[in-house]
Structures are given as structure tokens and as C-alpha cells.
Write a protein that binds this ligand. Structure first.
Ligand code: SF4
Length: 175
């Protein structure tokens, strides 16, 4: 016991060191997202996240968007607690049979104009849960999808890029 205590005091953590941040890439993404958000929505884009049956790793990456490093709110992009306040539904996971009706109701409760972003491989077509007795399939099997962000899970940077792509598309539609 004493040996274990001594080792825990003298050895550092065994977790992998984080990679160095790519400041230039983050700054470029930040600038582009801010510009697109301002053009379309005047610094206001509200996102309602819906877990339709994911393993929660996609949620961990989405949560990282709100941390001090990515700080999504500085672009005017924010998560909201109700679909009635949302412009975008960000949906993760395969859609389970238990969540099919809830996802449909959430979609119907979101005011127009609205956009649906399917996040991760499971949201595309069920991913590793495809064919499970408990799953309906991908998000597009239940509600219309405007954008799919691939990955298992996608990184916060990939999520930012996806939001930018959506904003550029929407801005182009309304020019
Ligand atoms: S895409 Fe990967 S990380 Fe996301 S819910 Fe599916 S298995 Fe989990």
C-alpha cells in the first residue's frame, strides 16, 4: 500500500499528452463562422441538441464546443434547452425505436425556418448499430436532414466546419 501511495505521488499521470493546438486553423474557423453567422442571423443561431440514441461520445465532442477553448458563444452560436427556441436541431446517434416519436415531436416543435444537422456515423445510417432490433436507422429515416457531419465521433473542429458549411449554404439561399 505504501509503495502504491509513493508511486502515485512521484509519477505523473499516465494519460497521453494533448496535441498542440493549431491556433491558425482555429482562428480561421472562428473568423469564418462569425462572418457567416452575422450575415445570415445577426449573431444569433440557436442549436437544440437531440440525442436520439447515441453512445454519448458524440455528445462529449459537442459539449467541448461550449468550453473555454472553442467558446462557441463568442460567434453568436448557442445551445438552447427547448426546440421552440431553436433554429438548428443537432441530432446524434442512430434513431432508436424509443426515440423515434420524440425526435418527430421535437422536429415539429421547432419553428420554421429550421435546419437539421446529423452528427456522426450513427446519425447517417445507424453506424455500428445498423440493423439492431432497437434502431430505426439514421436520422433521415425519421426527419429531413440538411447536413451530415461525419466522424465517430466528429471532433469539435469538424463540428465547427459543419456549422460553417450550413451557414454558408443558408446565406447563399437567402441572398
Ligand atoms: S458515431 Fe460513434 S461516437 Fe457517435 S454515437 Fe455513433 S458510435 Fe458513438
Amino acid at each position: 500500500m505504501r509503495r502504491i501511495l509513493f508511486e502515485s505521488l512521484t509519477h505523473g499521470p499516465l494519460t497521453e499528452q494533448p496535441p498542440a493546438a493549431d491556433d491558425a486553423a482555429i482562428a480561421e474557423l472562428a473568423k469564418n463562422v462569425e462572418k457567416a453567422a452575422q450575415a445570415r442571423l445577426g449573431r444569433s443561431l440557436s442549436i437544440r441538441q437531440v440525442d436520439a440514441g447515441s453512445c454519448n461520445a458524440c455528445e462529449l465532442e459537442i459539449h467541448a464546443l461550449a468550453n473555454a477553448f472553442y467558446d462557441l458563444e463568442r460567434f453568436g452560436l448557442r445551445f438552447v434547452a427547448s426546440p421552440r427556441h431553436a433554429d438548428v436541431l443537432m441530432v446524434t446517434g442512430p434513431v432508436t425505436k424509443n426515440m423515434r416519436e420524440a425526435l418527430k415531436r421535437t422536429y415539429n416543435a421547432t419553428p420554421d425556418p429550421k435546419w437539421v444537422v446529423a452528427v456522426g456515423g450513427c446519425a447517417a445510417d445507424g453506424g455500428i448499430f445498423k440493423g439492431s432490433y432497437a434502431c430505426v436507422g439514421g436520422v433521415s429515416d425519421v426527419v429531413p436532414v440538411d447536413l451530415h457531419i461525419p466522424g465517430c465521433p466528429p471532433s469539435p473542429r469538424a463540428l465547427l466546419k459543419g456549422l460553417l458549411a450550413l451557414l454558408e449554404h443558408v446565406t447563399g439561399e437567402h441572398r
